[in-house]
Design a protein around this ligand. Sequence first.
Ligand code: SF4
Length: 212
Amino acid sequence: MPRPRPNPYMFATWISRPLVGEKNCQWAPWFKANFRDYERVPSTFDSAKWNMEHTELLYDWAERLEARGCELFIERQNEFRAESPHSGMIIHGRPDIIAVGPDGRATIYDVKTGQESDSHVVQVQLYMYLVPRAQNSRWCDTTFDGGLVYADGKEKLIPAASVDEPFLTRVGAFMRKMMSDTPARRVPSAPECGWCDISRKDCPERAETKLE
Ligand code: SF4
């Protein structure tokens, strides 16, 4: 039985894909931001395989950064919770790697086993903005650059200046939608519902058949 959350709550990864239109159903993140303990559809995703591939790529990249003379902070060392002083919204995230170079510049990296996508850039930009603002952050005076690393070895840099006013305005508008008492738009489709863990009990419009 879903119970209202005391404060709206989101993972950074729930924000990035709807923001760039890679997910159209905004009702799913709205519901999960405002309710917990809902009945979940079991996942068919092979998480063990994904986790092993991701870990391999992460440590491979960590070794390369160390060879460049960087000091590294990895996954759980980077876990953060940032709470908005105005709305009480809590955003939770865990960047893969924070690297501090010999010149003192700090970069937040995420490693990706799949294809390149715009939502990856937005995910890292959110980390760049939120990590210095998180509760008890050791990084409160740090301006971060960002980076993405893919399995083919490609490194994509995300400059600190890309976290600008237009970006923050768009994020703010999306977050207000997520905190609204008015539910966000529900857009059922076989490809999206196939990856969604909200059952028909809470989403009667769920499309059950996955498109091939
Ligand atoms: S099951 Fe489909 S329509 Fe329902 S919340 Fe999830 S993605 Fe949206």
